[in-house]
Write a protein that binds this ligand. Sequence first.
Ligand code: ZN
Length: 404
Amino acid sequence: MTTITIDLEKDPAVTNLRNYLRIRSVQPNINYDECITYLRGQGAQLGLPVQVFEPVPKKPVLVMTWLGTEPALPSILLNSHMDVVPVFEKSWTHPPFAADLVDGVIYARGVQDMKSVAVQYIEAVRRLKEKGIRLKRTVHLSFVPDEEIGGGPGMAEFVKTDGFKGLNVGFSLDEGLASATDDYVVFNGERSIWHIEVTCRGKSGHGSLLLPDNNGEKIRYIIDKFMDLRGESKKKLEDDPSLTIGDVTSVNLTQLHGGIHDNIIPEKLSVCFDIRLALSVDHQQFEDMIKRWCAEAGSDVTYTFAQKDCYVASTPLDNTNPYWLAFKEAAEKLNISLKPRTFPGGTDSRYIRQLGVRALGFSPMARTTPMLHAHDENLHAGTYLRGIEIYEALVPALANVDSF
Ligand code: ZN
């Protein structure tokens, strides 16, 4: 065992993270009791009051509160989700819930997404409190369930409650993504998720005939249209290297259904698409286009949505947003370079932004290969510790933003 690992083995902030990682809060059907017990303990250590809300039974939301010197000002929310995605244990070289520390690297499900960030918030607040620092605005640390299944029973419900309103949130930080370069990526918006199923009905009959009203022809038309759109987005990305996936509309065919036998033309065929609408897309026009395609494909072609996110405006990154100015200034002092982006997937930030509250996604992991949801998810302990220092600067900068 190397010296660096021995030192890290003894580091209390590393130990604290590893303890949280060992809790199997893995989807689906999570029992959050162990997380809540761990977090209550953290709150007690920090000397912060803890509230546990349960907007949905068995789906607790835990909030630690560090009262500011001007508690009437809108607060700062440091949000993280407690759940992690499932593992294919056989594909891991380290047990996913052992939090092994090898050559300075911690291996565990959730070490990037996003238990490291949760404990970084806790450790940063611990250090600030130990220095006797007081901040103007109240800082809330929230720990929510079920982000990995879309946040429906978690943040989506929590934001509707009086408990959330009582937090008086003015600005929120939540997860971002690791970055393989020296830059730290900060996300100020998300694309809207649409999951659509298009069903093509037509004349059923024997597979030896050439009957009219054929649903095979109809579904080909629909698939062509969606795949042409996919091709356009791919081309946009290829033609402009400054664009990232979050800047374009992505389209993927995810399911095909239909048919009962090799020589029978079925009554219906259906196809599902996972679409992420770029922030520049007009939702009404986009749906009108789909409606038109269905009409062009032939009779009895219909669509339904399994998910249809509304448009959520991104958080402005300009002089109108004093929290952003504070964030940027703190980053400059830390000598870290920020790269603003649109998040490629969905996070709980969208529920916060939907309320008109400014929110940024930020996971301080530079020079780190993004491994969220991957086998052998890992993070260098040094990167994790550096992240605590970053929050030690960011949290006061945000919580000391003057009233505006
Ligand atoms: Zn996450």
